[in-house]
Ligand binder design. Structure first.
Ligand code: PLP
Length: 391
């Protein structure tokens, strides 16, 4: 596509998504053990489905809502932000979005000018870099050191700031590494942002999935960051609502009308049926979130145990959060060519994984493995890998 005059530079410069490519290849093979899906495999909890069905039966879902989202949903979001994130908000500071992804895209379009630089701690979620490119801005990758558990490199971020730097965009808990950025490091990032007039855009999709003594911290809860932070959230992971396409963001009241100018041409409003389902999710019992977390914790422990059995082949950092991990390939060509390694693993062992190169320059030589699958799937995948690798 590089030379096709019909295609914008913004889009033609993007490489093909390795994630979608692996999904496409996986579909050509029968009986694959999937460790490549970063989506919850459990169904949406029944009470959430019920809230949507009730809204249909009451005839509430046929039209648009206000672009900012139903006020009653935003009221529930305000309570949740105060209870779980320490963010004190009003409903006017919230936009309900078509998943976190549309929210992040709208924020990038609203805040970035062509040529602006956006710092992304890497390995990073590939969609973030694409969103920056879509806004004709430039992703600047700052490696998160693997020997420090992929923690935020504050000095590296400071060193990467130029007069063109406009924002830092990160997700914690991290896709793909499973790192959870500490409150201390995020407070240090906040200081840098305030000193240098930088925006901090967060993707907190995995906020409830943190393990051991790690804690999720929202940088938007720091009062001094009020003008500098835009915090993006989603129902996708927390309530297994991937296909409902529903999320929300919180920003300074003065930014909201500007972000809405980008949000409306992207989506008009989030799906109304999903907004009613989201009200059901926030008003209903939160036991499902506790259950999902416990399931992922057990699955993480099992995956780490099974990786211990492949010690010579992979080295790994135990994920502190999310349901993803990012082991390093220690042997053979996989050290330099994660795509080749993943394709072989798929074709020869029938195990689907995601090549680390999809997650930025320091991702090469790694695999992304997802543990939001059943324990049977994890065991089947590792049994096959052990046989294939002759371990
Ligand atoms: C870090 C991260 N953000 C956002 C999303 C998608 O969020 P949504 O479905 O709310 O658009 C994903 C999905 O994999 C993700 O891993």
């Amino acid at each position: 596509m590089e030379n096709d005059w019909r295609i914008s530079h913004r889009v033609s410069q993007m490489t093909k998504s390795a994630i979608h490519e692996m999904t496409r290849l996986s579909k050509e093979i029968d009986d694959v053990a999937f460790l490549s899906w970063a989506k919850p495999t459990s169904g949406t909890p029944e009470h959430i489905n019920r809230a949507a069905i009730d809204a249909i039966e009451k005839g509430l879902v046929g039209g648009y809502s206000t672009d900012q989202g139903l006020p009653e949903l935003r009221e529930e979001i305000v309570k949740k932000l105060s209870r779980d994130n320490g963010i004190r908000a009003t409903i006017d500071e919230i936009i309900v979005t078509t998943g976190a992804i549309e929210g992040l895209a709208a924020v990038c379009m609203a805040l970035l000018d062509p040529g602006d630089e956006v710092i992304l701690p890497t390995p990073s979620y590939s969609t973030h870099a694409r969103q920056v490119l879509l806004a004709s801005a430039k992703p600047v990758f700052v490696p998160s050191p693997e020997d420090k558990g992929f923690a935020l490199d504050i000095d590296g971020i400071k060193a990467a700031i130029t007069p063109k730097t406009k924002a830092v965009l990160y997700c914690s808990p991290s896709n793909p590494t499973g790192a959870v950025y500490s409150e201390k490091s995020l407070r240090a990032l906040a200081e840098i942002a305030i000193e240098n007039n930088l925006m901090v855009i967060t993707d907190e999709a995995y906020e409830y999935f943190v393990y051991d003594d790690n804690r999720h911290f929202s940088i938007g809860s720091i009062p001094e960051m009020r003008k500098n932070a835009v915090s993006c959230f989603t129902f996708t992971k927390t309530y297994a609502m991937t296909g409902w396409r529903i999320g929300y963001l919180h920003a300074d009241i003065e930014l909201i009308p500007q972000i809405r100018k980008a949000h409306i041409p992207l989506t008009i409003c989030a799906p109304v049926i999903s907004q009613y389902a989201a009200i059901g999710a926030l008003r209903g019992s939160q036991d499902c979130v506790v259950d999902f977390r416990l399931h992922y914790l057990n699955a993480r422990n099992l995956m780490c145990e099974r990786l211990d059995g492949l010690r010579g082949v992979f080295d790994y950092k135990k994920p502190e959060g999310s349901y993803l991990m990012f082991p390093k390939i220690l042997t053979g060509e996989g050290k330099k060519d994660s795509t080749g390694f993943c394709v072989k693993l798929l074709k020869e062992a029938k195990v689907s994984t995601t090549p680390g190169i999809a997650f930025g320059p320091t991702g090469e030589g790694h695999l992304r493995l997802s543990f939001c699958v059943s324990e049977d799937m994890i065991n089947a995948a590792f049994d096959r890998m052990e046989t294939y690798l002759g371990v």
